[in-house]
Write a protein that binds this ligand. Structure first.
Ligand SMILES: Cc1ncc(COP(=O)(O)O)c(C=O)c1O
Length: 346
């Protein structure tokens, strides 16, 4: 079995070797003189999102912990992006994969999971994903990957070209090479944990701002509004916001949090499309809103510097939802007041 495991690890590390890094895009915003905003474009990974990094790390972590053999079925609870990436790696090493997802998950993600040979198992809402995954893994004698517990520890936070190391390296020749603020949203909280730990490890003065959508337990927990927070309604921003605080979420490495209205996240992706000519997912809108609020504060206080945030995935996945005005009006609300506010940054 060790031979199979070694071969599986080699297949994944060879895939890393063949991969290029993702771009860091600089926004051109004349209204923000002396304040530079950069976007780390994670939509360009082979499986289309920042979850490509996480899936790779979770597979290597499980393989090296002896949790997977050549006949193990992998089960995962996911809002879709992680499942797409895990289906890709499961196929690479030749084992079955089942995603447990809310039935509202974007159709294009479901198609992609099936394209990579994965199966989909649907639950009514995100709060049911965990228990359904545990049960399913038991029933098929499989392994529950459990990103919401293991995301923060499966990633090499000190380096190994993790997302934080890559950002700081790509910033090195910029006018403000050490960002004043990095802005990131949280699903598992794994990416924000890696960023926050790396900033501390290197002793940078960078602030980590985590942005959270409506209907998420992370923000009230961080602000200590309610220690035992549980949110009843599901997040409407796919990939981020959770009904309960997950084990992977690390509040102690976060400097501050900002709650972003869902309509503002959608307004921000419509605004961003006009600036970069590309569609992005709604969680990118949450990130952008946070980055622009930070820029506005810096401008008001007369400070200069740089802000980095992420494009988490592409908007092509959400053409029938976030890019469909009728759907947005019915499910999210009025974006106009936020679009008006965003005009000040053009
Ligand atoms: C589209 C999207 N954006 C952002 C995130 C948040 O990333 P993390 O899980 O590292 O907190 C996720 C996670 O699922 C996601 O799918």
């Amino acid at each position: 079995m060790k031979t199979w495991c070694t071969e599986a690890v080699n297949k994944i590390t060879a895939d890393i070797q063949r991969s290029a890094d993702t771009h860091l895009i600089k926004l051109s915003l004349p209204a923000l003189t002396g304040i530079d905003i950069y976007l780390k474009d994670e939509s360009t990974h082979p499986t289309g999102s920042l979850k490509h990094r996480l899936a790779r790390s979770l597979f290597l972590y499980a393989l090296c912990n002896g949790k997977i053999d050549d006949s193990t079925t992998i089960v995962e609870a996911s809002s879709g992006s992680t499942a797409v990436s895990e289906a890709y790696f499961a196929r690479m090493i030749g084992i079955p994969f089942i995603a447990v997802m809310p039935k509202s998950t974007a159709k294009s993600k479901i198609k992609q999971i099936e394209f990579y040979g994965g199966q989909c198992h649907f639950v009514d809402c995100p709060s049911q994903m965990h228990d359904a995954s545990v049960e399913l893994a038991k029933a098929v004698d499989g392994y529950f990957m459990d990103q919401f517990t293991y995301a923060e520890r499966a990633t090499d936070w000190r380096g190994n070209n993790n997302i934080a190391e890559s950002i700081f390296q790509q910033m090195s020749l910029e006018p403000h090479s050490i960002p004043s603020t990095i802005v990131m949203s949280a699903g598992t909280g794994g990416t924000s944990a890696t960023l926050g730990r790396y900033i501390r490890y290197k002793g940078y003065h960078t602030q980590l701002l985590v942005v959270d959508p409506e209907n998420s337990a992370f923000y009230p927990h961080f602000k200590k509004q309610n220690e035992a927070t549980r949110v009843i309604s599901a997040s409407r921003i796919e990939g981020i916001g959770r009904p309960q605080v997950e084990a992977s979420f690390q509040p102690d490495v976060i400097d501050d949090m900002l709650q972003v209205p869902d309509s503002a996240s959608i307004a921000a992706i419509l605004w961003l499309e006009k600036i970069i000519g590309r569609k992005t997912g709604a969680s990118t809108g949450t990130n952008i809103w946070g980055a622009l609020q930070t820029a506005r504060q810096m401008k008001q206080s007369g400070t200069t510097g740089s802000i980095v945030t992420l494009i988490c995935d592409s908007g092509e996945r959400y053409l029938d939802t976030y890019y469909n005005p009728a759907w947005v009006k019915q499910h999210i609300g009025d974006t106009q007041p936020y679009l008006k506010q965003l005009q000040q940054f053009n």
